[in-house]
Write a protein that binds this ligand. Structure first.
Ligand SMILES: O=P(O)(O)OC[C@H]1O[C@H](OP(=O)(O)OP(=O)(O)O)[C@H](O)[C@@H]1O
Ligand code: HPA
Ligand SMILES: [Mg+2]
Length: 198
């Protein structure tokens, strides 16, 4: 693809052609991450250490940018990763959360902040919070970049939220459809034709 301006309003990236509409731009994401990091750094100013738990794969971009923003705001953190999956190739949750990668270390007594890309039905987070509670963390809070308030099926406590968005399937900035589009720098909606390609 040559030079030009794509759906993101900036230099075209490879998957722009499949995007119908941008829901959250990369500039909005950066500004929001900075704002969330400032707030979290202030709220956790009095604790010795903070353990960020990234929920792979979707939250990988958010984790990387959020951790660095916390550093800029004077809050050092430790990073831990879990991989869970409930969507697979679908656009709706299977309701069954599978652990693909567990935590590498004990979180007992730690101040844990779960870093999630999206709260949709809430089923993943609901399951994860129960799982982490059983591992005796001192505190467990959640930061989620986006949430779909109209899609929530279970009420989960999310302390920090970037954006509330409409109830439509989105991709980009870590979010995938059948493992694609995670690398897009913004969050957007796919053209309907993409789903009928099979
Ligand atoms: O609120 P929910 O309806 O449970 O949906 C949110 C979860 O679903 C997605 O993960 P997915 O299962 O697609 O795995 P992935 O992160 O590897 O894409 C997303 O990254 C969240 O973890
Ligand atoms: O809208 C979404 N897009 C991608 N992955 C997701 N996982 C839950 N909701 C979504
Ligand atoms: Mg997914």
């Amino acid at each position: 693809m040559g030079e030009g301006t794509g759906a993101s309003g900036r230099t075209v990236v490879a998957d722009d052609a499949d995007i119908e509409r941008v829901v959250v731009s990369d500039e909005e994401i950066s500004a929001k991450i900075d704002e969330l990091a400032r707030q979290v750094a202030a709220d956790y100013a009095d604790v010795d250490s903070v353990l960020l738990v990234c929920v792979l794969k979707g939250a990988v971009m958010f984790m990387a940018d959020f951790a660095r923003a916390l550093g800029r705001h004077g809050r050092p953190v430790e990073l831990e990763f879990m991989a869970v999956s409930s969507y697979g190739q679908r656009t709706t949750s299977s309701g069954v959360v599978r652990i693909l990668k567990d935590l590498d270390r004990d979180i007992a007594g730690r101040h844990v902040l779960v870093v999630e890309d999206i709260v949709d039905s809430g089923l993943t987070l609901n399951w994860l919070l129960k799982y982490l509670a059983s591992r005796s963390a001192a505190t467990v809070e959640v930061v989620a970049l986006v949430r779909k308030p109209e899609a929530v099926k279970v009420d989960v406590k999310v302390r920090y939220i970037g954006f509330d968005i409409a109830n439509e399937f989105v991709v980009g900035y870590g979010l995938d459809y059948a493992e694609r589009y995670r690398e897009l720098p913004y969050i957007g909606v796919l053209r309907p034709a993409v789903y009928s390609r099979g």
